[in-house]
Design a protein around this ligand. Structure first.
Ligand code: BJW
Ligand code: ZN
Length: 219
């Protein structure tokens, strides 16, 4: 399972920790349905800015090492909390995107959802063909994860011999719950992170350092 830290070496800022502020806002202040309801253009400005930043980024050796793992290891499953699309770009096959995809839009009226890679967006806020207001295709605080996604992740984790937890502060639920879940299910848990997380003391192996260096070495 990966988090924002795996894309840090691709130049995409993380959410929390040193240098982890997104522009002058906190994720908790803008990544909510309430913030969007109050001010759709403001939230869209933030996403528009992030999409432009992410559009310039390319996968790093950590993303690529996971592609190799998937090719060589039967039963490999990639779970990500990231919305940046760098795993897709690296060539990963099946990706369980717990928090959605910044490159998809969803209509708040008819529910249609579609891919959109335009940067910058020609008009803010964007609209659906039906005229309804569109929103980013991501999961905000207080919203449920995509249908069946957590079940599928839990299923993979419950069958895992090894669970790699890469570049996540493991502080956002239900994704973070997969760490103790993996241990209970009998997997060896390996954390790869530049810093400690709430689970560092309980994992089987905590590797401290940048994912872009450690993952290729581990592989
Ligand atoms: C490196 C590195 C390098 C740096 N190499 N490492 C208690 C229990 C359960 C739930 C809750 C609870 N209290 C509150 C909740 C609810 C809430 C929650 O978890 N809140 C927490 C703040 C406590 N969760 C939710 O609301 C979720 N939904 C939900 O619970 O629904 C229930 C429901 C059911 C039915 C109906 C209705 C509701 C949804 C959570 C959605 C999270 N969304 C975001 C935004 C996505 C869109 C966007 O991008 O704009 O997802 S928030 C943000 O955090 C984003 C991330 O995916 C997520 C996790 O962050 P991540 O990836 O861990 O990044 P960072 O920055 O935190 O950490 C980076 C790490 O990398 C650090 O550790 C660095 O050290 C490390 N690092 N460089 C290796 N080179
Ligand atoms: Zn619509």
């Amino acid at each position: 399972m990966t988090g924002a830290g795996i894309s840090a070496e691709s130049g995409i800022p993380t959410f929390r920790g040193a240098g982890g502020l997104w522009k002058e806002f906190k994720a908790e202040d803008l990544a909510t349905p309430e913030a969007f309801a109050k001010n759709p253009p403001l939230v869209w400005e933030w996403y528009n800015w992030r999409r432009q930043l992410i559009a310039k980024a390319v996968p790093n050796p950590a993303h690529k090492a996971l592609v190799q793992l998937e090719i060589r290891k039967r039963g490999f499953t990639l779970i990500t909390q990231n919305v940046d699309g760098l795993h897709d770009l690296a060539g990963s096959g099946k990706i369980l995107k717990l928090h959605g995809d910044i490159w998809r839009l969803r209509c708040t009226v008819c529910g249609a959802n579609w891919p959109n890679r335009k940067t910058p967006l020609p008009k803010i806020p964007p609209h659906c063909a039906c005229g309804g207001l569109a929103r980013p295709g991501v999961v905000w605080f207080g919203e449920p994860l995509p249908d069946g996604m957590m079940k599928e992740a839990e299923h993979a984790v419950s069958a895992a011999q090894v669970f790699l937890v890469i570049g996540t502060s493991a502080s956002v639920y239900p994704a973070a719950s997969l760490v103790p879940y993996a241990r209970q299910a009998g997997a060896k848990v390996i954390e790869i992170n530049t810093d400690e997380t709430p689970f560092s003391a309980t994992v089987d192996c905590a590797l401290r350092g940048p994912a872009g260096e450690l993952l290729p070495k581990l592989w």
